[in-house]
Design a protein around this ligand. Structure first.
Ligand code: MG
Length: 249
């Protein structure tokens, strides 16, 4: 699982590109634009940069994700499938999650953005989920455990009475889209696998304005809150190094 310094450098190179692509994609998320258009742009940019959209074709036989970008609108938590029929409208809360294979190594990053003007409640959810990611990343240091990240993320949700998605978790990343260890958004300090030098993980808080109850829609991918409450998701690929946590995306 451990990555060498050379590998981490390469992951960072890809991560920087992926972050730029995600930010450019987010700027296109305006009322009247379809989620398919966002995906087309993101996929083309990844290919142009010499990468491969790692989410496209992810899954198992007969159940492969059809796009390079996940577009998760409002009560969709993650894994929303881009569609020509899904047109963004003013006030939507849009999660964008993207992964890339670059020089044989994988990165993964996500943000949630406002489409036009969003409600105060939606903005609060967005801000707190983003804050939880930053606070979780700060715990990603040598000698800590996975539970230290989870506990820090959970505290933000608990203090602000937000729902935490528990059925989906962060994960190791780098040699594949998903690797060990799992990185839950809840936990107890000092528990779980130890964070060691060279470990690369995707930390990805997913919060809701309601409960943690989710279901998968008929397409087999889209993860939605059962109470239809709004959800937000932020994610970075992070390396555990001698110099502390290093954000690679
Ligand atoms: Mg991920």
């Amino acid at each position: 699982m451990r990555k060498t310094e050379k590998e981490i450098e390469k992951i960072a190179e890809g991560g920087k590109i992926l972050n730029r692509i995600l930010e450019q994609t987010a700027k296109l998320a305006q009322p009247g634009v379809s989620t398919w258009q966002l995906n087309s742009f993101a996929e083309a940019e990844i290919t142009k940069a010499g990468g491969r959209p790692s989410f496209k074709g992810y899954g198992h036989k007969g159940h492969l994700f059809p796009a390079g970008l996940c577009t998760s609108v409002n009560s969709v938590v993650v894994h929303g499938v881009p569609s020509k029929n899904q047109i963004l409208k003013e006030g939507d809360l849009l999660g964008l999650d993207i992964g890339m294979e670059y020089k044989g190594l994988y990165t993964d990053t996500a943000i949630t953005v406002a489409v036009g003007k969003i409600s105060q409640e939606a903005q609060r959810l967005l801000d707190l989920t983003k804050k939880a990611l930053a606070i979780g990343i700060a715990e990603a240091k040598i000698g800590n455990r996975v539970g230290d990240i989870g506990a820090a993320v959970q505290k933000i949700a608990d203090d602000n009475k937000l729902g935490i998605i528990r059925d989906l978790v962060g994960h190791g990343v780098g040699h594949a889209v998903h690797e060990e260890p799992q990185v839950p958004n809840y936990g107890k300090k000092g528990t779980g696998p130890e964070l060691t030098e060279g470990l690369v993980i995707a930390i990805e808080p997913m919060f809701t304005l309601g409960t943690d109850d989710i279901f998968i829609e008929d397409d087999g991918w889209t993860v939605t809150t059962r109470d239809e409450s709004l959800a937000a998701h932020f994610e970075h690929t992070v390396a555990i190094t001698k110099n502390g946590p290093v954000i690679l995306t």
